[in-house]
Design a protein around this ligand. Sequence first.
Ligand SMILES: *Cc1c(COP(=O)(O)O)cnc(C)c1O
Length: 435
Amino acid sequence: MTGTAPAPTTAPAAPTAEPRTLAEAADLTRSPEFAGNTGGGFGGFGGADLPPPLVGPMAEVAAAYQEARHDPEFYAEYTRLLRDVVGRPSPITAADRLSDGLGGARIHLKREDLNHTGAHKINHTIGEALLAKRMGKRTLIAETGAGQHGVALATAAALVGLECEIHMGAVDVAKQHPNVVRMRLLGAKVVSVEAGQRTLKEAVDSAFDVYAADPERYLFAIGSVVGPAPFPDLVRDFQSVVGREARSQFLTTHGRLPDAVIASVGGGSNAMGAFTGFLEDREVRLIGVEPGGQGDEAGQHAATMSFGSPGMLHGMNTLVLQDAQGEPAEVHSIASGLDYPGVGPQHAHLAEVGRVEYVKEGDDAVLAAFVELSRSEGIIPALESAHALAHAIRIAPTLPAEQNLLVNLSGRGDKDIDYVAERIGMTGEADEIVR
Ligand SMILES: *Cc1c(COP(=O)(O)O)cnc(C)c1O
């Protein structure tokens, strides 16, 4: 099993005292070169490129958020809900059977799949709901693709007593029937968008139009560390609980930090959540894993950090997968939560300054990792999370046995089982029949 760890040369800093505010919890002053500045900039990335009617409303959100960050009562309510509703802290599981089979470095899992609603997204949707309530808004509005953000937001809206309106392309409404029912059961209004290609892009435009027409009523609740300032900061701060918990759990259990923290990157919220607590620990490798899809040709992947170029998307300056005309490119991923042609601006910055390594894993390696974790640990991971896992499985055998890899298992895979069964040719029939 786990070898005796050599004593670390310098003892890692003990976890800081319990924070009293979100500003203390997601302490940016410790690593300003990585975290960006309060104006929403991350090096040359980020910012807020908005149509004139939304400049005022977004400034209002930014100001309200700054106040909330420093308010101990806001933080107390947020952490109470994370504990009593989400079930935090989520544990870290040592994937011993998986690691024994692979050899090399040991793999550990931060279990965001055990959260209420089954993924990390609830960490920030609850924060957004509390902010909306504090601002006196009546309705949370957002778009959703596969429905995961919509379900997490509808859950948070029900929890704090707000209305919720989710825009979804008509094609996705048909494909994601269970999530449409979930959202409606949770009391959300689901709007099917029949325009254009009838998918995510049109849903974004539709939700945005409704928001722009009445910003007094709505908070536009963005689903990842993307969009105009302050959302990349705001979503990261709410997700930072993941890395903060993981760091202190790892120190308590192992007396040292993990050698690497590995997370999947779609928009980048679960990765920023896992990485933020470790940014200052320069000896800890941080690795973001993007969907390599079926190959390196345009349209076969959604690996923005590998193949993107600077551009504007959804109100932010970031890396974008774009065609020759500067239009967002077609993207593909086996995991619907990762097929986004952009990436959070802080990731673009962290790559530029060399603090985070970005790699990609393709569909086949991801499917293999999905099956391997299910069989060796009894945990069915989300296909999104299986990207991070696939990379850990790839590098573990090349690393010494004293090393520890911490994988952010961002969600559970129940939603993916039908798709995976079809891909690997597994039927729903019994293995044996007894007469
Ligand atoms: C939505 C989702 C992701 C991708 O979003 P990020 O903002 O990149 O974290 C990853 N894992 C799961 C389980 C998701 O639901």
